[in-house]
Design a protein around this ligand. Structure first.
Ligand SMILES: C[S@@+](CC[C@H](N)C(=O)[O-])C[C@H]1O[C@@H](n2cnc3c(N)ncnc32)[C@H](O)[C@@H]1O
Length: 187
């Protein structure tokens, strides 16, 4: 099963390199670190951006309580079909749409946003981040994995403080956990 997944990942990620920004899925170490702050409290709503083939998705679900919900956004419909086949969990809602449209699908505040979006490849991201912070409750976490440190300027100033963790060697990943500290004006 692991081998089939690795083959799918090695085939699908490079094939869609312009939107994935990656040749393969992130590692187990990234899955563990980026989901470390996912709330296990009852009845929470968690959001994932850039679900891909669902490796981080599974770890988020492992950490969430049984009556929480996960909304996972993914642009690529093939990736969405793959995860629908692979993960059978009533807490997971797969949304085949851009992270930029997250507000359309959410009418409650979220406790975690876990993102592996290829930010360094993406152009203007102000619309994305100004809408993300409006979705988040005070004290909630935005966690982002990057291959290069220079994507941080795209989201850093939207949050009160951040914690940086390096994971792996080849490739080396940068994971940022940012906290939403102050309520957004005009939200
Ligand atoms: C680097 S891959 C990460 C995949 C997987 N989560 C992992 O950790 O291996 C980035 C994913 O984000 C998706 N993506 C890119 N832009 C997006 C957007 N605006 N909204 C939602 N998903 C997007 C890509 O299709 C791709 O699956």
């Amino acid at each position: 099963m692991k081998t089939i997944k690795a083959i799918k990942s090695a085939y699908l990620y490079p094939r869609h390199i312009k939107s994935t920004g990656a040749l393969f899925g992130t590692s187990k170490a990234v899955e563990n670190e980026i989901t470390r702050l996912v709330s296990s409290d009852e009845g929470e709503v968690v959001v994932e951006f850039g679900m891909g083939l669902g490796n981080i998705t599974k770890e988020i679900l492992n950490r969430m309580s049984t009556n929480s919900k996960l909304l996972a956004f993914e642009l690529n419909s093939k990736f969405c079909d793959h995860v629908r086949d692979e993960i059978d969990d009533p807490r997971l809602k797969i949304i085949n749409d851009s992270a930029e449209n997250a507000r359309k699908y959410l009418d409650v505040q979220v406790v975690n946003v876990v993102s592996s979006l290829p930010l360094t490849l993406m152009g203007e991201t102000d619309v994305l981040f100004s809408s993300i912070v409006k979705l988040m409750s005070e004290g909630s976490y935005f966690s982002q994995v990057l291959l290069r440190k220079n994507g941080i300027e795209k989201f850093q100033h939207y949050f009160g403080e951040h914690h940086h963790v390096r994971v792996g060697i080849m490739p080396k990943y940068h994971i940022y956990h940012c906290i939403k500290e102050t309520p957004t004006i005009n939200s």
